[in-house]
Design a binder for this molecule. Structure first.
Ligand SMILES: Cc1ncc(COP(=O)(O)O)c(C=O)c1O
Length: 226
């Protein structure tokens, strides 16, 4: 998963998967327009998934796409997402448990129009991120930047505060001033329905959860004064 559009250490993950014969599936929902070592995220694994949800870099209202260069996998995915209906002149025969996950043509048309603007969206997001970077540098607050060797789409900008108290102060002051800032999503293992599931120690996750705050990231924000 490429968090907030920042490419994960995907070449290292891929090497581990190859070593242990594990299929690599990339959740690139947040990273359309992000590259690791010059290669687009979502194209390192056997399958990559992108989201076109309303809050993503481009949207079709809802839905998304999966990408793969494995033709049989592509055909199977198409089959499963279109109710697993067999080709037949007039009968309705389904040979697997399928799903109605097709992207309707109306949504796809919106997606085509959005694609024409993707470069503008990415440029605006990058410009906004660079303005945040210099602003937060002047405030001695750590702004999350792209890693060396990767290009992030800056889908969702974020800052790393010193500790939970600073995070809570930051959230309080900004929200009282009408600026929609949010703490990072709660860790899934803390949610009631997953509390009893197996987890790792998650030291880094707990540390980050107490300190990360997401800040406004709309493509239209770059013209606003920081
Ligand atoms: C990392 C990640 N995976 C999956 C999803 C789900 O995508 P969708 O909303 O298109 O179902 C999202 C966000 O919505 C996401 O950020």
């Amino acid at each position: 998963m490429h968090t907030f559009g920042h490419p994960a250490g995907i070449t290292q993950i891929k090497a581990i998967c190859e070593r242990y014969n594990i299929p690599l599936v990339e959740d690139a929902a947040e990273s359309l327009g992000s590259y690791a070592q010059g290669r687009h995220t979502g194209t390192f694994g056997e399958v990559g998934a992108f989201s076109f949800n309303g809050n993503k870099t481009i949207t079709t209202g809802g839905g998304g796409m999966i990408v793969t260069d494995d033709e049989s996998l592509a055909k199977k995915a198409k089959h499963l997402t279109t109710t697993a209906k067999m080709a037949s002149p007039h009968e309705y025969i389904h040979d697997m448990v399928g799903y109605n996950y097709r992207l309707p043509n109306l949504n796809a048309a919106i997606g085509c129009a959005q694609l024409e603007k993707i470069q503008l969206f990415l440029d605006n997001k990058r410009e906004l991120a660079m303005r945040y970077k210099s602003f937060f540098e002047s405030q001695s607050i750590s702004f999350i930047e792209e890693e060396r060797g990767s290009k992030a789409n800056y889908w969702l900008n974020s800052v790393l505060l010193a500790d939970k108290t600073e995070r809570d102060n930051f959230l309080d002051i900004t929200n009282k001033a009408g600026i929609m800032t949010r703490p990072i999503w709660q860790l899934m293992n803390k949610l009631d329905m997953y509390k009893s599931c197996q987890t790792e120690i998650l030291t880094n996750s707990y540390w980050l959860e107490e300190r990360i705050v997401n800040i406004p990231s709309s493509v239209r924000l770059k013209n606003h004064v920081l």
